[in-house]
Design a protein around this ligand. Sequence first.
Ligand SMILES: C[S@@+](CC[C@H](N)C(=O)[O-])C[C@H]1O[C@@H](n2cnc3c(N)ncnc32)[C@H](O)[C@@H]1O
Length: 313
Amino acid sequence: MVRKSRMSKVDRQLLASFLKVVRLYLRAAAPTSGRRTKKTMRTSEVELNEVRQSVRNHYGKAATRESGCGCGPTCCSTLGQSPAHEQTPASLSQALGYSAAQTSAVPDGANLGLGCGNPLAIASLQPGQAVLDLGSGAGFDAFLAARAVEPTGLVIGVDMTPEMITKARENKAKGNYTNVEFRLGEIENLPVADSSVDVIISNCVINLSPDKPQVFREAFRVLKPGGRLAISDILATAPLPEDVRQDLELHAGCGAGASLIEDVKALLASAGFTDIRINPKPQSREFIGEWFPGRGIEDCIVSATIEAVKPRS
Ligand SMILES: C[S@@+](CC[C@H](N)C(=O)[O-])C[C@H]1O[C@@H](n2cnc3c(N)ncnc32)[C@H](O)[C@@H]1O
């Protein structure tokens, strides 16, 4: 009995020591694993924010330089040095499919020549509709849409670059528009109510987003049942080389963030869209070549229209 009791005491001491070690280990391990998870999350958030900040800087400069400074990696520093930049915003837009009547219908400074197509040409807007312009810039497409849906329709432009929103609001005042408003925000987190929009337009913006699945989920959320996407954007026809993908300047210039056409179709379907139609414009090869002289990127990307519908039920 005496021996058994001594052994039990030793056992108890061993057990107590063991438990103490376990407690110390758990106390040390818990914050470490927490920090690890947070660090991993922070790293990816930092990367996404770095991309967004680079895009914001690029278009902040575009907003204050007035014209010809947007898609293309070095436009802000080489204004007037390449054929594309000797053109006016109006002539650039007319080459993308806008009519002269459209380019002269908006206030001076609303068209900065930043698009890569004409979403209004596929939007079939009707009076009374609610329209959302993703990445509305200085307001060019939003103002054209506002005229198409007046008197009772409303257009909301969303852009994450404060300088663009300021410029768009100044242009709104210049043009006396009463049915258009501009909201500062990201297209990945739209400042727009659920099921409130008939048509989403966008011109050369979604390629700039570092989180495209979220953009399409948000677009789906804010559309009414039966609502539509009418988008012009840059898409990839072949995988982009890794050095191009990693180049923030090329990304901000609409050259590096493009997703493959098949991937965009899959993202749209996974967000819930139906009637998905993507129509590449082979003629865009020429102006894309001017954005990135000598990089050969026109072999991998193309301007395209994207259309899709949120089902009624
Ligand atoms: C190439 S410009 C096009 C502007 C306008 N759609 C046009 O055609 O004149 C891209 C615009 O999208 C905005 N933008 C880019 N990424 C965005 C994002 N994730 N959320 C909101 N706006 C964004 C930029 O600030 C910029 O004004």
